[in-house]
Design a protein around this ligand. Structure first.
Ligand code: ADP
Ligand code: MG
Length: 639
């Protein structure tokens, strides 16, 4: 065994840097937070090659006095706390005092800074943790921090960096989040010499929402304001029309930090539940100010964890605030039936015009409205009936939740029961009833002519008698299965029929969605979509697969793209096909819809010709059965 030696400080810093600095976005996060902590009113973030070769953050904050500059780069040097007690009252974003040391350990750093009282500024260079120079220099008040060639001296880490465009997107997302969490600071973001974001710093959150998320979201917001002695909430929540397929748009900030809290998420989602389809998540942008005595702060080596002293109170407060914002009158008239019909009619009339103008906003808006109306209908849009919020299930689970309630930058939610995501759909188990089906040989081609279609029950289920058994088919699940298999078939054989959409559907994507779309464009094209850039972050959808024509609406397309982000790192084409195809289920006929016997027969024909007709793509059964024997037992004809 080699001798034990103490690591030198430089090596320690490099190792520790791995915990704090993972990629360019982590550098930007630390620098931008430092700038905000320094009471800046304007900050510019500039990156090149996704931040891998160049990151510059310039602020107009308090600056660092010359004699303290080298100190700031020592591990655990911070001006923000003096002892562990201070952590409980902390209002600044940084507190560990190790970011600058970590950044300097793995990149080439140049710092120029000047305080308001200093006569001159200071320029400091430090590379791989080694000081290179410290000199006086003329400079404006504030701090400019440049980090070049991240991980130049740790090739193993450098290897883990993704492409510049992916790293750049992470930085952009981070800058957007910080801009949204600090409407009082004007933040500018420049990527490869292009201006990507510029907020005004005028305290107006809605302006920033508009800048970051675009017109559609900004024009569908409801305001939330709560002022209680120890907790205040202000911000916006999205109307159910702008719901998304994942939690990326469910954002909130606690005392200026972007944080995930299972309690807050759950309260928000419960409040939305009466307005929302399953697996849909709301847009929220809420700022919480919570007095420090209401929070427990735990400090770990790499992160700070927060816990509410009274989680139940916070839950109820959030639930009430969101519920009452949603119950706002404005939402109700849009679901009137006549209005919906009107829109539909308008739209179909225009559709038959001989040659549509290239791009017409008004018609697009009609399409959006129609899509929205349909979506609302689907989501069982109703005034919430519950007056008291449902008991949160965390009440009895409080002990398990121990440290995990609030974790900056980490997806919480693991501990609380929630609706399954697309990844977690129930396994396709064959229950005993379905096994019976095999015995009944329902599937044999000869058998089909012996099926006796009895009729439709509750406008949803079809009853079929065959071979001493009663089969009950769920028309919605059956149709989903048929559509799904059709789309999968199309994808595998590439024999699609594309149908023209005129005028095109215009999608406004965020950075992340844009990357996902570009990465998966081939799959969309293989299915029969025709999508092309339309300037900025807009994309025009000019063609859609014929079997999805009736449902290819803006919302669904964005949902398809968002759905892909749940893949994580997996790029398995089969999974992507499955994801995309599972959306064809949206075109399925719903329960509660009367079908003619001919339509039902057609559907059953199609269903029974599939290899596995017994479960819909989400794992729910399509067919259940009851034998004559069971019935007779129930009626006590036999004992
Ligand atoms: P922390 O933010 O956790 O205190 P850092 O390593 O990020 O630790 O920064 C160390 C110290 O350097 C800060 O406490 C602060 O005093 C000073 N500092 C860093 N960035 C700036 C800045 N942009 N303006 C003024 N002071 C800064
Ligand atoms: Mg810091």
């Amino acid at each position: 065994m080699p001798n034990i030696t103490v690591l030198d400080q430089n090596t320690i810093n490099k190792i520790a840097a791995g915990e704090v600095i993972e990629r360019p976005a982590s550098v930007v996060k630390e620098l931008l937070e430092n700038a905000i902590d320094a009471k800046s009113t304007a900050v510019t973030v500039e990156i090149k090659e996704g931040g891998t070769s160049f990151i510059r953050v310039t602020d107009n904050g308090c600056g660092i006095p010359k004699e303290e500059v080298p100190l700031a780069f020592l591990r655990h040097s911070t001006s923000k706390i003096k002892s562990v007690e201070d952590l409980f009252t902390i209002s600044s974003l940084g507190f560990r005092g190790e970011a600058l040391a970590s950044i300097a350990a793995v990149s080439q750093v140049e710092l120029i800074t000047k305080t308001s009282v200093g006569l001159t500024g200071t320029r400091f260079q430090i590379e791989g943790g080694e000081e290179r120079s410290l000199e006086e220099i003329g400079a404006p008040e504030g701090t400019t921090f440049i980090a070049r060639n991240l991980f130049y001296n740790t090739p193993a880490r450098k290897k883990f960096l993704k492409t510049p465009s992916t790293e750049g997107a992470h930085v952009a997302e981070l800058v957007e989040k910080l801009a949204l969490s600090h409407p009082e600071v004007s933040i500018r973001f420049i990527q490869n010499n292009q201006n990507k974001l510029h907020t005004s710093g005028n305290h107006n959150l809605k302006d920033i929402v508009y800048t970051v998320f675009g017109r559609e979201i900004a024009s569908n917001l409801l305001e939330v304001t709560v002022n209680k002695p120890q907790v205040s909430i202000h911000g916006y929540i999205g109307k159910p029309v702008i719901a998304r397929g994942n939690r990326n748009y469910e954002n909130y900030f606690i005392n200026g930090r972007y944080i995930k809290s299972s309690i807050i998420s759950r309260a928000i989602e419960e409040a939305y539940r009466p307005f929302m389809m399953q697996h849909k998540y709301p847009f929220t942008m809420l700022h919480f100010s919570i007095e420090s005595e209401m929070l427990d702060v735990n400090v770990h080596p790499t992160k700070m964890e927060l816990r509410f002293r009274d989680g139940e109170m916070v839950y109820h407060l959030v639930y009430q605030a969101v519920s009452s914002a949603l119950a706002h009158k404005e939402l109700i008239p849009e679901v009137e039936l006549e209005k919906k019909e009107e829109v539909k009619q308008n739209f179909s009339e225009k559709k038959h015009e001989p040659s549509p103008e290239p791009f017409e906003r008004r018609r697009l808006m009609a399409m959006e409205q129609q899509a929205a109306a349909v979506e609302k209908k689907d989501s069982a849009y109703a005034f919430p009936k519950r007056l008291t919020p449902p008991q949160p299930s965390f009440v009895k689970e409080r002990d398990d939740l121990a440290d995990n309630w609030l974790k900056p930058q980490a997806p919480a939610m693991e501990k609380l029961p929630e609706a399954p995501t697309k990844d977690e759909v129930p396994k396709r188990e064959k229950g005993p009833e379905q096994l019976d089906l095999f015995d009944g040989k329902l599937l044999e081609p000869k058998a089909r002519s012996m099926h006796k279609l009895i009729g439709q029950l509750f406008d949803t289920y079809w009853l079929v008698e065959f071979n001493e058994q009663l089969f009950i088919i769920d028309q919605h699940a059956a149709h989903e299965k048929v559509l799904y298999e059709k789309t999968m078939g199309t994808l595998k054989t590439m024999e699609y029929i594309s149908q023209l959409v005129s005028p095109p559907i215009i999608l406004t994507l965020n950075q992340n969605e844009e990357i996902l779309l570009k990465r998966h464009l081939k799959y969309f094209t293989d299915m029969g979509f025709e999508i092309e850039p339309f300037g900025g972050r807009e994309y025009a959808v000019r063609g859609v697969p014929a079997n999805l024509f009736s449902i290819a609406k803006k919302g669904l397309l964005i949902e398809m793209i968002d759905g892909l982000s749940e893949d994580g790192s997996s790029h398995n084409p089969d999974m992507i096909y499955e994801r995309v195809a599972s959306l064809s289920c949206k075109a399925a006929v719903k329960g509660g819809h009367r079908l003619s016997a001919a339509e039902a027969n057609e559907l059953i024909d199609q269903l029974l010709s599939l290899e596995n007709p017994y479960a819909c793509p989400h794992g729910r059964p399509t067919i259940i059965s009851m034998s004559k024997y069971e019935l007779e037992k129930k009626f006590k004809r036999i004992v």
